[in-house]
Structure formats: C-alpha cells, structure tokens
Design a protein around this ligand. Structure first.
Ligand SMILES: [Zn+2]
Length: 189
C-alpha cells in the first residue's frame, strides 16, 4: 500500500504571494461577498461530491464541517495535481483579511474516494486548529501554535511541516465510520 503522508507546510510569506493573489481574486471581489455563503468552499465539483458523500456516512466529518461554519475562517479545498510524492493531503495558511483567516486544503484526488474522505477530515481538523485560535493571523503565529499543539515532522528548504495527534485521531474515527466500504484508508503523519 502506498505510504501516504499529510502536511501542514509553514511557508515564508514571500513564497505565498502567487497563491494569495489567486485566492483573493476568487474569494474577495468585495468584502461582503467573502463573508456571505459557506465557510467551507470546495473548488472542484468532483471533490465536493466526495465531501457530500463523506458527510452522509461520517458523523465525525459532519461535525467538523458544522464547526467550520461557526468559526471566523474560510477554507478552500481543492484537488491537487502537484502533491509531493507520498503526500495525500495538506493545509496552508493563506492570509488574514477582513477579520477572517483563509486556509487552503489540497487533496490528492487520484486516491480512492475513501482515502479522500479521511484526508479531508484530517485537513479540516487542522483548519479548525486555526479557526479555534483567533490569534493565528499569520505564518509566524501558526508556527507558534503548532509548536505548542503539534510536533514537527520534517523540514524541506525553508518549509517546516507539523502534525497533530488530534488530526490523526479524527482521521481514524472517520476511517472506522466508513468501515467496510472499499480499501483501507491512508496512514497520516
Ligand atoms: Zn496532519
């Protein structure tokens, strides 16, 4: 079975500029538009369908999505075609704007649906770790938070990666709720 990792890369702000510009054009045409509508926005319709089927089967995933809607955070989730080898999901902090934190989740949509659902749950847990901590308004505060609640897993160039026990527990809970449906889900790091 493929060895699948998940990542929380903490990138120096400079290298996020291209992503930030893209998301601002998608998400912030005007201030009111950013705050209207769901806090979790799935940018690919296929991944959106996977999430919908996942929430129908998994009360844990359902709870994560519900809590996202109550926090001052906007979560953009999409399929990634350029995931590093062996990485199934990751979450990036994008920016803080109009009192909302923006994070981006990428999932490897070449994986089975069951894997994608458990990885979505894992990364949504990370989004909530940001959402529950209003002080996290930038990459430095995010790094401090993860030094406190998580542990470093790797460093590549200037990028540090972290993991949390909570995300692994959530992912396993969702795996159990999906039990008996398809192949075993991915391991998370
Ligand atoms: Zn993780």
């Amino acid at each position: 079975m493929a060895h699948i990792r998940t990542l929380i890369p903490i990138t120096p702000t400079r290298t996020l500029i291209a992503v930030l510009a893209l998301l601002l054009s998608l998400a912030l045409p005007e201030q009111s538009a950013a705050q209207a509508g769901p806090h979790l926005r799935v940018l690919d319709h296929v991944l959106k369908a996977v999430l919908d089927r996942g929430t129908a089967q998994s009360p844990t995933l359902q709870k994560l999505v519900a809590e996202i809607e109550t926090t001052r955070i906007l979560v953009f989730a999409e399929c990634s075609m350029r995931m590093p080898s062996g990485v199934g999901g990751r979450m990036n902090f994008v920016t803080n704007a109009n009192d909302y934190r923006f994070v981006r989740i990428a999932i490897d949509c070449m994986l089975t649906e069951r894997w994608q659902i458990t990885l979505l749950a894992h990364e949504l847990q990370h989004a909530l770790e940001i959402g529950r901590n209003p002080d996290v308004v930038g990459v430095e505060a995010m790094e401090s938070l993860y030094e406190e609640i998580g542990y470093p897993t790797s460093r590549e160039g200037g990028i540090r990666h972290f993991e949390t026990e909570a995300a692994i527990i959530v992912q396993r809970a969702v795996e159990r709720e999906l039990e008996g449906r398809g192949t075993p889900a991915a391991l998370a790091y």
